[in-house]
Design a protein around this ligand. Structure first.
Ligand code: PDD
Length: 287
């Protein structure tokens, strides 16, 4: 069951106009929100980031936080899995094709849910392979825009090379993954790139930094040079749908010993414990 512009319906019944600016221009933004045991995880943070993205494209938020919360909860109860990931999408609406903003047009709002499957144990045990590529996206990667063509092409490069993710490099520094944030570990220190316009401010990234602070893990938030990626002891990938995974090969070279390392094991455990605490908390969402 999905939500489209005021109605709930089976996804097969959902229809939008070919003139929707999302279809014509990729003129919209989105969010991906994990749901564990039917509770949206970090909902407040996701809705704040949605507002940031809408502000970034100068589109008024069609709903208050309370309205979003209600709509998302409705989708959660109408879908089968206890663990889901919610995809919500807002476009500038339907108008005659013209690059300039249309006047008086109602935004299109779409929400769907898919089962959220934990990364398979095999991949958690071995870690995943990544390749590197030049980050050829625009300069507002902090906006979660639906126009994802560069990300699609960059991620497919990884798949074509038998890898799972593409680590992006811009001007000699690592920005993020094609669909994830990336951390580097060196000599026991967790290195994170600073949030700026060159990367998506990941919600999972924030959780990882909070968990690290709570466990007195040494952290440095600073630009990470390409050579630090290539000589890392460990590399970690984070996203709402993949949680935390170890990257154990980069461009066909082993990362550290080529196996998930101690920092991954620690943060993975802390993340699972944190999730369990949130789920037990009895509220419909965190916080
Ligand atoms: N993508 N960077 C990019 C470019 C991403 O697309 C994502 C997530 C992240 C991680 O952000 P978060 O921890 O908030 O999920 C970073 C989602 C999952 C997607 O597009 O499906």
């Amino acid at each position: 069951m999905i939500y489209l512009n005021g109605d709930f319906m089976p996804i097969e019944h959902a229809r939008i106009s070919v003139l929707d600016r999302g279809f014509i221009f990729g003129d919209g933004v989105y969010e991906v929100i994990p749901v564990y045991s039917r509770k949206p995880f970090r909902l407040v943070d996701h809705l704040l980031r949605l507002q940031h993205s809408l502000d970034g494209i100068r589109l008024q938020n069609p709903h208050s936080s309370e309205e979003w919360r209600t709509l998302l909860e409705q989708i959660v109860v109408r879908n089968e899995s206890d663990d889901q990931y919610l995809y919500l999408h807002v476009t500038r609406g339907i108008a005659r094709r013209d690059h300039a903003f249309p006047q008086g047009v109602v935004p299109t709002v779409f929400i769907m849910s898919n089962p959220l499957l934990a990364p398979p144990n095999g991949l958690l045990a071995t870690g995943v392979a990544a390749i590197t590529a030049s980050d050829n996206r625009w300069l507002r990667c902090d906006i979660k825009a639906i126009s994802l063509l560069p990300n699609v092409l960059l991620r497919q490069m990884a798949i074509d090379a038998g890898a799972m993710e593409t680590v992006l490099l811009r001007d000699g520094f690592m920005t993020e993954g094609a669909a994830s944030n990336i951390f580097v570990v060196k000599d026991g220190v967790l290195l994170a790139p600073p949030k700026n316009h060159l990367m998506l401010p990941g919600i999972t990234y924030d959780v990882v930094l909070e968990l690290a602070a709570g466990d007195n893990i040494p952290v440095e938030v600073r630009p990470i040079a390409e050579h630090e990626v290539r000589t890392a002891d460990e590399i970690l990938l984070t996203s709402s749908t993949r949680e935390i995974m170890a990257v154990t090969r980069v461009d066909d070279k082993e990362v550290g010993r080529g196996k998930p390392g101690a920092m991954f094991a620690l943060l993975y455990r802390l993340y699972q414990e944190y999730k369990a605490t949130v789920m037990r908390a009895g509220t419909s969402a965190y916080p």
